[in-house]
Design a protein around this ligand. Structure first.
Ligand SMILES: NC(=O)c1ccc[n+]([C@@H]2O[C@H](COP(=O)([O-])OP(=O)(O)OC[C@H]3O[C@@H](n4cnc5c(N)ncnc54)[C@H](OP(=O)(O)O)[C@@H]3O)[C@@H](O)[C@H]2O)c1
Length: 322
């Protein structure tokens, strides 16, 4: 079958289309024929050799983190009723025509939801719901979402709006800001222009936001911290802006800002992930969150997906259509 393989860590050029042996379901596993493979920013970091502590990858490896499709075959000890069902599977591989997943890693897709939309919420939906739940978004409070037109950010904008908050969205470039407005942001700010933090504060009447979700990290993350009102909450999960946001604990204490690094403890517990994924699929099927699939690529063009993410040209979710 066709797959993408990384034989050495490096830039997008190390994503090579190859033929690999057909996967076989072992005990407790299923083989899923993918229709859409999810592409998340983390894939680009792992391809470059980052994150081996939490996400070890042994070369050569097939990148990705799963996707949506149909169960093709089941292994020993798995209910044969799974065969033919439309599912999402969250695994540690994904850029391939077919993947193997443990049956506990597989969730049925509601009939009302397309496979591409299901793949689009597989990780971003879980991440956004986890952040929203951890923060406890309050009605009428000002909420800043940065990287607001990215996969996870564009869902967070919608969850915050759905919770009755007033959303300020920050991203780079008018195309991304237009999407954030379409998804429910009341105010949009281009954080690639100087003085953007001041514009966020002005929008809130001067005090700053009660809650900020930092989807960028690095210097942008540190600047985002400065837009939070005294006594507010700052949740950081982004790394694309140059690593984790470094926040001075003394400054946080002085300003009574609660800082939560959502990734500090590694990936969330698998049981929580299952629960949040079911919720994300239901919300998407009901139309309460709408993943914006802004970029789709054939499997063999995975490298284009990574180039576009690195160059910040992608608006919304990227998927590989198999
Ligand atoms: N997806 C998940 O489930 C998940 C889980 C845990 C952590 N994260 C982290 O959350 C962030 C968003 O993840 P995602 O998968 O949804 O990706 P994404 O948002 O679709 O793409 C990355 C985003 O980072 C922003 N960005 C800021 N500085 C950047 C830079 N120097 N280079 C490239 N992009 C830059 C881009 O928006 P602008 O151009 O508007 O700045 C872009 O929207 C990432 O940092 C990721 O590591 C995601």
């Amino acid at each position: 079958m066709r797959a993408i393989q990384v034989r050495e860590f490096g830039g997008p050029e190390v994503l090579l289309p190859v033929e690999v042996p057909e996967p076989v379901a072992g005990p407790g596993q299923v083989v899923v024929a993918l229709e859409a493979a999810d592409v998340i920013y983390l894939d680009t970091l792992l391809r470059g050799g980052w994150g081996q502590d939490f996400f070890p990858r042994t070369l050569p490896y097939v990148p990705g983190h799963g996707g949506a499709g149909r169960v093709l075959s089941v292994g020993e000890g798995v209910d044969p009723g799974w065969a033919g069902r439309r599912v999402v599977a969250g695994t540690s591989t994904g850029y391939a025509e077919r993947i193997v997943a443990g049956v506990e890693e597989v969730t049925v897709v509601p009939d009302a939801l397309g496979s591409a939309e299901a793949a689009a919420v597989l990780h971003d939906g879980v991440t956004a719901l986890n952040l929203a739940r951890t923060a406890g978004i309050e009605r009428d409070e000002w909420v800043l979402v940065t990287s607001a037109a990215g996969g996870a950010g564009s869902l967070l904008v919608q969850l915050a709006r759905d919770a009755g908050a007033r959303v300020v969205a920050a991203a780079r470039g008018e195309r991304k800001l237009a999407l954030a407005r379409e998804l429910g942001a009341e105010v949009t700010v281009d954080y690639s222009s100087a003085g953007w933090e001041e514009r966020v504060r002005e929008a809130t009447g001067g005090a700053g936001v009660g809650l900020a979700f930092d989807g960028a990290g690095g210097e942008l993350g540190a600047a985002t911290f400065g837009t939070v009102a005294d006594g507010g909450r700052f949740l950081t999960y982004g790394t694309a802006g140059g690593g984790f946001a470094e926040i001075d604990p003394l400054s946080a204490e002085e300003r009574r800002v609660r800082v939560t690094d959502v990734l500090a403890a590694g990936p969330p517990d698998p049981l929580l992930v299952r629960e949040l994924l079911s919720q994300a699929l239901t919300l998407a099927a009901e139309g309460r969150i709408r993943p914006h699939i802004g970029a789709t690529y054939p499997l063999e063009r995975a490298r284009d997906a990574h180039v576009s993410l690195a160059e910040r040209r992608t608006v919304g979710k990227s998927l590989l259509l198999v």
